[in-house]
Design a protein around this ligand. Structure first.
Ligand code: NAD
Length: 484
């Protein structure tokens, strides 16, 4: 399979205009698999972000005047265009962050699914009719109104998934948007923005400002931005919330995780084991909801550890376009060094290195790879047991009782997802209420986010939900009207 590896030029999109340059300078995009510079990415400066917000604000009256059915139609058209463009979107996603081509195709399909799903909701956003007894207001009703301009700030690991989770429901609900991707991953997202115009979404409804933290901060602080939807790390989320506090602006925060996968002796160990491949093989562990801690009952721990090591050590790092490649590189050299340093500290801390732990050499030496790594008997209180690695590292831990498993699972400040491997339904029901997480997923490899289900965190994994009706209603506010 020969795939074109040329990257397209990147633009800012403001009010329907495509701009070759921004006032924030230029980022030289590096392909993580080779360390080679691929091309310049123009960066939005504060004045570009201001212009984008003003364009989004100017586009609001027209977009809100469209009937919901017309918005539904144009979003359905967008999903069709994405489908037709599937190969190119998948190719660009690989060029963005060097995720495997297999994964990028899957994520494009997920984005298309979310787009169709929320297109279907666009003309079904209803209020309710009620009354206020005793106040002579016999007729009262609620209206779900869009916020206005929404600022969307996303990260580099799955930008197209964030498009489906944030951009599409924001538009379906009648908002206009300024979208700031990470400067590390502009390509596939810009393609979607161009497709949105082609689908018939009016100029200014979707604005695109690639940029770094300063551009994000300008967007959050802009007085015309009515709501912020953010995906990234907890440290950035704190800064964003501080900025939002000034004008009491609401925000949805989708942050990181340190998710636990509880494996009980009655589980199907074949499928339970597959989750280990998901941890190290999903974008080299750079996924927010991966089950990075595998908690295994002592009766099956040794067997599971042997199976997991067999599986993980068979996974190969390589060219992300090669269908045989399971492990892609980390996003930057700094990320590679950070993860490798964590591995070294874990060894010094006494965690047992069962496989991996090194940096591949040879043909891969210029890329930002880390070998898929498994640690055994990790102390739940150690750095490896507590801190999100965001790399291809699985931590295995033993437990002997259900209570102990829950205590370990809940023993970090995160709470994005929990996983249970068991065939005991009563156990599932008991544990689902006890696990401190936004979602509990039972059996098999961890699922990818599905549009029908709300997804989000508790604790420092954030708040607000994406997916399902909950995700749509993050982008409207309810107005009450009561008539005397
Ligand atoms: P990050 O927080 O550094 O950056 C995320 C985005 O925020 C980028 O676009 C960045 O430019 C922008 N930004 C940085 N500083 C800002 C500021 N002061 N104001 C406004 N915007 C600012 O995150 P990262 O390191 O790029 O991404 C990794 C984190 O994202 C991990 O913790 C991961 O778990 C999390 N994540 C969460 C989810 C989820 O849905 N829960 C999904 C993917 C990634």
């Amino acid at each position: 399979m020969i795939i074109d590896r040329a990257v397209p030029p990147v633009h800012l999109h403001i009010g329907g205009e495509e701009l070759d340059a921004g006032s924030g300078g230029v980022h030289e995009h590096v392909f993580p698999a080779t360390g080679e510079v691929q091309g310049p990415v123009p960066l939005a400066g504060a004045d570009d972000v201001d212009a984008a917000v003003r364009a989004a604000h100017a586009a609001l009256p027209e977009w809100r005047a469209w009937t919901p059915a017309r918005r539904a139609k144009v979003l359905t058209k967008l999903a069709e265009l994405m489908e037709n463009d599937r190969e190119e979107l998948a190719r660009l996603s690989v060029l963005d962050n060097a995720m495997t081509h297999t994964l990028s195709g899957l994520l494009v399909d997920i984005m298309i699914g979310w787009t169709s799903y929320y297109a279907g909701w666009a003309d079904k956003i209803e209020g309710k009719v009620t009354s206020v007894p005793g106040q002579q207001r016999e007729l009262a009703y609620t209206v779900a109104e869009p916020y206005g301009v929404v600022g969307i700030i996303i990260t580099w690991n799955g930008p197209l998934v964030s498009v489906g989770m944030k951009l599409i429901p924001a538009l379906a609900a009648g908002n206009t948007v300024v979208l700031k991707p990470s400067e590390l991953t502009p390509y596939a997202t810009e393609r979607v923005v161009a497709l949105a115009r082609e689908a018939g979404i009016p100029a200014g409804v979707v604005n695109f400002v690639p940029g770094g933290p300063d551009a994000g901060d300008t967007l959050v602080c802009h007085p015309l931005v009515q709501k912020v939807s953010f995906t990234g790390g907890p440290a950035t989320a704190r800064k964003i919330l501080s900025a939002c506090a000034e004008s009491l602006k609401p925000a949805v925060l989708e942050l990181g995780g340190k998710s636990a996968n509880l494996v009980f002796p009655d589980a199907n160990l074949d499928t339970a084991m597959m989750s280990a491949a998901g941890v190290v093989g999903t974008l080299a562990g750079q996924g927010c909801a991966i089950a990075s801690r595998m908690l295994v009952h002592e009766d099956v721990y040794d067997e599971m550890a042997a199976r997991v090591v067999g599986l993980v050590s068979s996974l190969r790092c390589g060219d992300p376009f090669d269908p045989e490649t399971a492990i892609s590189p980390l996003v930057t050299r700094a990320a590679q060094e950070r993860v490798h340093a964590m591995i070294k500290r874990a060894q010094a801390d006494g965690a047992k290195l069962l496989t991996g732990g090194g940096i591949p050499g040879g043909d891969l030496a210029d890329g930002f790879y880390v070998e898929p790594t498994v640690f055994g008997d990790v102390d739940p209180g150690s750095e490896l047991g507590q801190v999100e690695v965001f790399g291809p590292v699985l931590s295995m831990m033993r437990f002997s009782t259900e209570e102990e498993a829950v205590e370990i699972a809940n023993g970090t400040p995160y709470g994005l997802a929990s996983y249970i491997q068991t065939n005991d339904l009563a156990r599932v029901q008991r544990l689902a209420t006890k696990l401190h997480a936004g979602g509990v997923y039972v059996n098999g490899a961890p699922p990818v986010v599905s549009c029908e289900l709300p997804f989000g965190g508790v604790g420092i994994s954030g708040y607000g939900r994406e997916g399902g009706l909950e995700g749509l209603f993050e982008f409207v506010r309810t107005k009450a009207v009561a008539i005397a």
